[in-house]
Ligand binder design. Structure first.
Ligand code: CA
Length: 414
C-alpha cells in the first residue's frame, strides 16, 4: 500500500469513528434535553422536584435496552421447547418446598383474595425463579430510554411517570429500583402502572416493597389476580384425552362449551377418568401437534393470560401450580422431531398452501387461525391427521405435493 493510500485509509477510519462518536454524543445530548422537558411534564403531574433530581441523576441513554427492544427472534419456541425450559424439575421441587414453607402466609392471601397459594408460588417461580433474579437494570434509566425512543414512546412515558410516583411516595429508594430492561419490577415483575394500581403493603410497614417483602409480594400478586377476574373455586384447566377420529378443528381455544358437552363428544381426563360433572364452560387447546397434550381450559386460564398474553405461559403457570401440590405430570412427551420453524419457513408453508389453492391468508410468517384451517384442509385431502399444526414434517410434505386434491405422494408413486 502506498503512503498516500494509507493516509486516505487512516483519514476515512478517523472520519467514520468521529462521525459515529458524534452521532452517539448528539443522541446523548438530545436525550438529556428530552429529560429536561420530561421533568417539566412530571412536575405538572405532581412529582416533586426532589424526586426528579435524584431519579434522573446519572441517567444516560441505555444502548443495551434499545438493543433488547429491537431484537426480533427469527425462531419462535415450540410449546415443548418453552414447556421444558420453564416447568423444570428444579422449579417443581423448589416450588413444593417454598409452598410448604410459606403456607401460613399464602393461606392468608387466599382467604383475602381467593387465589390458591400454588398459583402465587407458580407465578413467582415463572417470573423471577422465586425471587432469585429480579433484574438489575435501573428502572428510571430503562423507562426513560424507551420513552425517548420513538417506537413506543407514549406507553413508556406513562410508565415512567408511574415509576416516579412510586419514588415520590417513598416505597423504594431510586438506587434499589431495579428490574428488567422493559421496566418490570420486583419478585413478581410488576410494571409501574400495575404497581400503583395493585401493589399492597402486606406486612403493614407503610411501604409496598415488592423487592424484599414476601408479604407484600404475595398480597400484591393475589390482589392483581383477583382484580383480573380470578374465579375463586375454579381450576385453570385440565389435561384431557381426545377420542379417536376427533375433529381437531374444535381445539381452537375459542369456542366455549359446557363440560357435559365435551364429555358427550368423548373427551376424558388424561388418565382415562370421566370429566368432572360441573356446570363449567371450557375451551379446548392443542398447543403442539396431534401427538401432544390437549387441554380443556377454564376462565382462570384467560386470567393468567391477562398477566402475560401467551398460551404457553399460561399452560406453564397452570401446570407448575398443579405439580407444586403433587398432581401428575403430562401424559405425553416431547417427540424427537419437535423443532421450531423459522419465520421464513412459516412463510414458505403459507406460500405453498396458497399456491396449492388453500387460503392461508397473507404470507406474514405467523400461523394464525386462517393458516391453520388452510393447513387442516390440506391435511384432510392428504389423509393426514388434520391438526393444523405447522411442523417441519408438514413443510416437507407441502413442498412435495403438486396441486390441490393431488393424491398423497406415497400413493402417487404406487
Ligand atoms: Ca410492606
Amino acid at each position: 500500500m502506498t503512503r498516500g493510500l494509507q493516509f486516505l485509509k487512516w483519514c476515512s477510519l478517523w472520519l467514520i469513528s468521529t462521525l459515529s462518536l458524534n452521532a452517539q454524543a448528539s443522541n446523548d445530548a438530545d436525550f438529556q434535553a428530552w429529560i429536561q422537558q420530561f421533568k417539566q411534564q412530571a412536575v405538572e403531574q405532581g412529582i416533586s422536584q426532589n424526586t426528579l433530581d435524584s431519579a434522573f441523576k446519572n441517567v444516560t441513554l441505555n444502548q443495551k435496552v434499545l438493543e433488547l427492544d429491537r431484537r426480533q427472534p427469527e425462531f419462535t419456541r415450540t410449546f415443548w421447547q418453552y414447556f421444558d425450559a420453564t416447568v423444570t424439575q428444579w422449579r417443581i421441587v423448589k416450588g413444593k418446598h417454598l409452598y410448604q414453607k410459606h403456607r401460613a402466609l399464602l393461606d392468608k392471601v387466599t382467604r383475602k383474595y381467593g387465589v390458591p397459594g400454588r398459583y402465587l408460588v407458580a407465578f413467582w417461580g415463572m417470573e423471577t425463579n422465586f425471587g432469585g433474579y429480579t433484574g438489575n437494570i435501573p428502572i428510571i434509566e430503562s423507562l426513560a430510554t424507551l420513552a425517548f425512543d420513538p417506537r413506543r414512546s407514549e406507553f413508556f412515558s406513562k410508565e415512567l411517570i408511574e415509576a416516579l410516583k412510586i419514588l415520590d411516595q417513598g416505597h423504594v429508594k431510586v438506587g434499589q429500583m431495579k428490574g428488567s430492561w422493559a421496566g418490570a419490577m420486583g419478585q413478581c415483575q410488576f410494571m409501574p402502572s400495575n404497581y400503583n394500581r395493585y401493589a399492597v403493603d402486606g406486612d403493614g410497614d407503610g411501604k409496598k416493597d415488592l423487592w424484599n417483602s414476601l408479604e407484600d409480594v404475595f398480597f400484591s400478586a393475589g390482589h392483581f389476580l383477583a382484580e383480573l377476574g380470578w374465579q375463586k373455586l375454579e381450576n385453570w384447566g385440565r389435561e384431557v384425552a381426545l377420542p379417536n377420529g376427533f375433529d381437531y378443528a374444535l381445539a381452537d381455544n375459542r369456542t366455549a362449551r359446557p363440560l357435559s358437552e365435551w364429555a358427550k363428544m368423548g373427551l376424558k381426563l388424561a388418565d382415562g377418568r370421566p370429566l368432572p360433572i360441573e356446570d363449567m364452560q371450557a375451551r379446548l387447546l392443542l398447543p403442539s401437534d396431534y401427538r401432544g397434550p390437549a387441554f380443556l381450559v377454564f376462565d382462570n386460564f384467560r386470567v393468567i393470560k391477562r398477566w402475560n398474553n401467551s398460551n404457553n405461559y399460561a399452560l406453564a403457570v397452570g401446570h407448575l401450580a398443579d405439580r407444586i401440590i403433587g398432581r401428575s405430570e403430562l401424559s405425553k412427551e416431547r417427540p424427537d422431531d419437535d423443532e421450531a420453524l423459522s419465520k421464513t419457513q412459516m412463510k414458505t408453508i403459507q406460500e405453498r398452501l396458497n399456491a396449492l389453492g388453500y387460503d392461508a391468508g397473507p404470507v406474514d410468517g405467523i400461523a394464525g387461525s386462517r393458516t391453520r384451517s388452510a393447513l387442516r384442509e390440506f391435511q384432510v385431502d392428504q389423509k393426514l391427521p388434520a391438526d393444523g399444526y405447522p411442523s417441519m414434517h408438514m413443510l416437507n410434505t407441502l413442498l412435495k405435493v403438486e396441486k390441490k386434491n393431488a393424491s398423497p405422494p406415497a400413493m402417487a408413486e404406487g
